[in-house]
Design a protein around this ligand. Structure first.
Ligand code: NDP
Length: 332
């Protein structure tokens, strides 16, 4: 059987381009015992994939040249030689960017379609929702009445962080990159205030005005100068879940910024980096919390859906231009 896949052709320097990807047709092997044939339905594109395009040691191995890009995919089982899955089942798994693929059933997660619409399993009930939950609840440890500032606030992680922080009774301020996003954060997602970092003339002052009682939790999705401005407003005993640094992922030079340690030291601030998989053993519990909040209407999920398998590279690059509101997903 013939299918199409997308491979990495070259490693980007700075911002990736479409030239870093190649489409090719391949022949799939015969299905073996224990394997399933899958139709890709929804493909997740995520900022961490940029790191995998580099030849650098990290918490996930780099993509290999001339090998398919891989990521989280929601797929439908079309043929099965496994007792675990039958045709018609939906799964999520780390799979190559292929229209159809064959995979061992071990390592795939069968989706409980009764919990929420299928696509939510790539969003609020998937990796980004879990990242929001653990970063905020386990590191941020929000208390009612505290002020939470979130960078990358209109993205997949940020939107969920903001809504969980509201459930915890916090004042929530988001930072994002367009007026449309700022309006949505306030009108649709319940943020108390939001700041456009692209148009703010003095971001440090804008944060200070939005947070008259200072910042108790800074959920950092972007790093760089935005984080410098937030941290200069940080309170004593504040917590900083260090989730992402997307503003630096395409840097070609080593970024140099203010030295933050004196501020963290003298204000007794906790800054802690984390990878969502650190909390793997607690995923089922977190998913039931998140699913309950979704069912109660306390968390509204948001996705930007791009149509067509061929659009996968464009959708990935769009993350670095702010092209998404909520989770960026490609529907095959
Ligand atoms: P998003 O859905 O937030 O998409 C990326 C967004 O980042 C864009 O829409 C854009 O929004 C913003 N952005 C892009 N470039 C810049 C820049 N130079 N400066 C400021 N903002 C920028 O992605 P996710 O929610 O999936 O991920 C958010 C962060 O969390 C990322 O840094 C990611 O790597 C990290 N992450 C970490 C995990 C972990 O386990 N620690 C797991 C999942 C994600 P705008 O219009 O506002 O600029």
């Amino acid at each position: 059987m013939n299918t199409q896949q997308i491979v990495l052709t070259s490693r980007p320097v700075g911002l990736p381009t479409l030239d870093n990807f190649r489409f090719e047709n391949i022949e799939l092997p015969d299905l073996q015992n224990g394997e399933v044939l899958l139709d890709g339905l929804y493909y997740s594109v995520d900022p961490y994939m940029r790191g995998r395009m580099n030849d650098a040691k990290s918490y996930v191995p780099p993509f290999q040249i001339d090998q398919p890009i891989s990521g989280t995919v929601l797929a439908k089982v079309v043929k099965s030689k496994s007792d675990d899955l039958k045709p018609g089942d939906f799964i999520s798994g780390n799979l190559p960017w292929r229209v159809q693929t064959i995979a061992p059933s071990k390592g795939l997660s069968k989706i409980d379609a009764s919990l929420a619409p299928l696509i939510y399993h790539l969003d609020v009930l998937g990796m980004t929702g879990l990242t929001a939950y653990f970063g905020l609840m386990e590191i941020g440890k929000p208390k009612s009445g505290e002020t939470v500032v979130i960078s990358g606030a209109a993205g997949a992680v940020g939107l969920v962080v903001g809504q969980i922080a509201k459930i915890q009774g916090c004042r929530v301020v988001g930072i994002a990159g367009s007026d449309e996003k700022i309006q949505l954060l306030k009108d649709k997602y319940g943020f108390d205030d939001a700041i456009n970092y692209r148009t703010a003339t003095n971001l440090k002052m804008a944060i200070s005005t939005s947070c008259p009682n200072g910042v108790d939790i800074y959920y950092d999705n972007v790093g760089g100068e935005i984080s410098d401005a937030v941290i200069s407003n940080i309170n004593f005993h504040a917590r900083i879940p260090l989730c992402g640094q997307i503003s630096l992922y395409n840097s070609t030079e080593k970024p140099v910024g203010p030295r933050l340690q004196p501020m963290l030291l003298t204000r007794s601030v906790l800054m802690q980096g984390f990878i969502v998989s650190n909390f793997k053993s607690q995923f089922p519990d977190a998913i039931s919390h998140l699913a309950k909040w979704v069912k109660e209407g306390k968390i509204t999920s948001a996705q930007t859906i791009v149509h067509g398998f061929n659009e996968l590279p464009t959708a990935l690059l769009g993350l670095f231009k702010g092209a998404n509101i909520g989770k960026m997903i490609v529907e095959a």
